[in-house]
Write a protein that binds this ligand. Structure first.
Ligand code: FAD
Length: 385
């Protein structure tokens, strides 16, 4: 196979497939996506599928979440596939250690018009008696947050992108980026060479490796997080919201007849990590502390995924100084599913217009001097003061 394209996207997760759809819709010409597995099989298949307005910690990211949320509310109309959004609400719980942060965040939400209630520990207990509230300082509740089907999201982007003429090549691995002087000439793949003046790195946790092909040390920290789904668990009713204990970064929500819970932020240099039941002690300790009845829960299944984090919890988007033709759409951390409609749109608009102002807060250059190996320590420093 030898192809010529206007844009090649490496990776068909929520971010790459959204980028492909938006480029095709905006008339970017021949758009080719190469995906080494099946579309959506990367970290996008490992998420907790949360669509949240409360997720961001700064105004820019919250506004992005509002735009993404609005797009998701129209997703079925735009893409013709159901994404099964369930408006469960999100309750965040904080002990003294993180109450000030949570209160600030709730204030930001309210200022930006996002319905957010502040709850005392007594109110939390009244609504959800199974929750241990003695050490809590504060709760917040956002009624509009909920859960969607991330597989259907990718499927919607991919099928619409194909309808609009994009090629999404599955089971094709990119193996290198060919350069001509200081600019991108094309992508080497296991199915042959694709000549293209523009290449998008949408590799999720693999973005670091793809960056190295052109000498970039992308400041992304891959961070492992596990999800456990319990056996059917009637003690927690299926109409419970998504509950997050923000102090220990543990969360849970109903999933079918069981409970899904997530936890973990361990730096890793692996991109695929086997799930180990025996390593779930911390997760169960956090679960049992916050919702003691979970001590009776048995594990049905689980998985471990990788979140590509940045230092400021904003993604890295746009061009790269010194590597002409390379575009980044990576570092989406723990929010790449929920923010994907905006992620693809922003990059496609840049390609079509060359107008970089909207990408300014996300550009790689803001991390000048930060190396991948530094981010873990710098993130800890940022949190501890
Ligand atoms: C446990 C967990 C829970 C999460 N919960 C949520 C949540 O509730 N809500 C939310 O919004 N986000 C959540 N996230 C984060 C979210 O999953 C990610 O931000 C998002 O999936 C990133 O999408 P992506 O397209 O950048 O990466 P990916 O989905 O990993 O896509 C990258 C793709 O690139 C492909 N690829 C890589 N290298 C190559 C190559 N050389 N050639 C060809 N293809 C290549 C991979 O196969 C992969 O499919 C969670 C993450 C984890 C791990």
């Amino acid at each position: 196979m030898s192809l010529t394209a206007d844009v090649v996207i490496i990776g068909a997760g929520t971010i790459g497939s959204s980028t492909a759809y938006h480029l095709a819709r905006q008339g970017a010409g021949r758009v080719v996506v190469v995906e080494m597995g099946r579309a959506g099989s990367g970290t996008s298949s490992k998420s907790a599928s949360m669509l949240s307005l409360q997720f961001g910690h700064d105004e820019l990211m919250v506004r992005m979440a509002q735009r993404a949320y609005a797009r998701y509310m129209q997703f079925e109309e735009e893409f013709g596939v159901p994404i099964d959004f369930r408006r469960t609400g999100l309750m965040v719980l904080a002990t003294e250690a993180s109450a000030a942060h949570l209160r600030r965040n709730a204030g930001l939400m309210q200022t930006l018009g996002i319905p957010t209630e502040l709850l005392s520990p007594e109110e939390v207990k009244y609504r959800y008696p199974a929750i241990h509230t003695e050490d809590l300082e504060l709760g917040t509740f956002g009624p509009d947050d909920g859960v969607l089907d991330a597989h259907m999201v990718v499927s919607g982007y991919v099928s619409k992108a194909r309808e609009l003429g994009a090629q999404v090549l599955e089971d094709v691995r990119a193996t290198g980026i060919r350069m001509d002087g200081g600019r991108v000439a094309g992508v080497e793949t296991t199915a042959g060479y694709i000549e293209a003046p523009l290449v998008v790195n949408a590799g999720g946790p693999w973005a670091i490796e793809i960056g190295r092909w052109v000498g970039l040390d992308l400041p992304i920290l891959n961070s492992a997080r596990s999800i456990v789904v319990t056996q059917p668990f009637p003690d927690i009713p299926s109409d419970w919201p998504f509950v997050e204990d923000v102090t220990v970064e543990w969360y849970c929500r109903p999933e079918g007849p069981g409970i899904l819970m997530g936890m973990g932020a361990a730096p890793t240099d692996q991109t695929e990590i086997p799930f180990r039941r025996e390593a779930m002690d911390d997760m169960f300790a956090a679960a049992i502390h916050r919702i003691p009845v979970l001590a009776k829960a048995g594990i049905l299944t689980g998985w471990t995924g990788v979140r590509p984090m940045t230092l400021d919890d904003r993604p890295i988007l746009g061009p790269v100084d010194g590597v002409q033709g390379l575009l980044l759409n990576c570092g989406w951390g723990g929010a790449g599913v929920m923010l994907s409609p905006v992620a693809g749109d922003l990059l496609a608009r840049y390609v079509m217009t060359g107008e970089a102002a909207a990408l300014e807060p996300f550009r790689l250059g803001r991390f000048a001097g930060v190396r991948t190996s530094d981010i873990h320590d710098l993130r800890i420093l940022a949190r501890t003061g």
